[in-house]
Design a protein around this ligand. Structure first.
Ligand code: AMP
Ligand code: MN
Ligand code: MN
Length: 325
């Protein structure tokens, strides 16, 4: 894959007028924060921007500055000069936003190792801990508009995608960027409270139920939990409620791989995987099931019942662990 230069992307952004800025289905903080930050910078540049996500803005991120800009895509497609996919490992993870955008020119900015490089102009940096870090570097290097609202969106995106500056791709540069974002005037304490101390009670009720399903395999090196549709309905949880709960499994001593199985309504199971060991690449495991992601954090949607998918996936992880021990 050849990676574009920021100067080429900067030139395209200045030379065109109508933009669609999109991110992946079931968005996380990096997807939504990156979208808002780039869209706000483009708006300041006098551009016309649509900010679309299949799921729209999530309740838990609706405190982000100018969150109202993120909407669900319309059912009738619209024409754009330039479409920009952010934080999206494969193009079809744009979901309904993909069909709603007609554009000759596609830019793909991402940090997923498994990104195949779709689109005309591709900037994929698997060493970046968050897509938002790439957006910050693009904005700064190309002298694009920057302000406190943009800084808050970028900070929220980087903080959530690095597990609060903990995951291994967090670098000196990540902290330098965080420092620059704070200098733009954001209130770290208030932002962290909005991000991490404002959960709905049902999220903890969900955690309580998940911990009842916790199982350990392969000598305690694999920990997993599962969520059935029935339990999700009984608790009234939203899909966004489980982001981050898998970290409780990863945090256990001796656990190398943590897995979250979530029954979906369409005969598939969403598999979420985390690894604590660079030698155990969960992206490669998820790719075997049609998914992707990063070496230490990946996912897939696998056809089958909860029990079938659990068995297949846990067995595959066992095989990979055996080949490493
Ligand atoms: P999650 O476990 O959903 O937080 O996802 C972990 C990482 O894997 C994220 O960076 C996702 O973008 C990526 N990912 C999750 N599900 C898929 C999938 N079905 N296909 C490709 N990448 C995925
Ligand atoms: Mn993401
Ligand atoms: Mn990301």
């Amino acid at each position: 894959m050849t990676t574009a230069k920021f100067s080429e992307i900067g030139r395209i952004l200045r030379e065109h007028q109508r933009f669609a800025v999109m991110s992946h289905v079931r968005p996380d903080g990096d997807a939504l924060g990156s979208q808002l930050a780039l869209a706000l910078s483009l708006q300041q540049l006098g551009k016309e921007v649509r900010v679309w996500n299949e799921d729209g803005m999530l309740e838990k991120y609706s405190f982000l500055p100018r969150a109202e800009l993120v909407t669900k895509p319309p059912s009738a497609p619209e024409d754009f000069d330039c479409a920009i996919a952010l934080d999206t490992a494969i193009q079809n993870r744009l979901g309904t936003a993909l069909a709603a955008v007609h554009s000759k020119l596609w830019i793909n900015i991402d940090h997923h190792l498994s990104n195949p490089g779709y689109g005309d102009v591709v900037y994929v940096d698997p060493d970046a801990p968050a897509t938002a870090e790439i957006i910050f570097r693009l904005i700064k290097s190309q002298n694009l508009p920057f302000n406190r609202d943009i800084a808050e969106n970028l900070y929220a995106a980087i903080s959530t995608d690095t597990g609060s500056f903990q995951y291994p791709k967090t670098s000196a540069r990540t902290f330098e960027i965080a420092a620059e974002l704070i200098r733009a005037g954001l209130d770290v304490g208030r932002l962290n409270q909005q991000l991490y101390e404002n959960y709905p009670r049902r999220r903890l009720e969900l955690l309580r139920e998940l911990l009842r399903t916790m199982r350990f395999e392969h000598g305690g090196r694999v920990a997993s939990v599962s969520l059935s549709l029935k339990t999700a309905a009984e608790l009234g949880v939203l899909p966004e409620d489980n982001e981050g709960l898998i970290d409780h499994l990863r945090a256990i001593r001796g656990v190398i791989v943590a897995v979250f199985f979530e029954e979906l309504g369409d005969g598939k199971v969403r598999v979420s995987m985390r690894s604590k060991n660079e030698a155990v690449d969960v992206c490669a495991i998820c790719q075997k099931f049609g998914g992707g992601g990063h070496a230490l954090a990946a996912g897939a949607r696998v056809r089958g019942t909860l029990a079938e998918v659990e068995e297949k996936v846990l067995e595959e992880i066992g095989d990979v662990l055996k080949s490493h021990s």
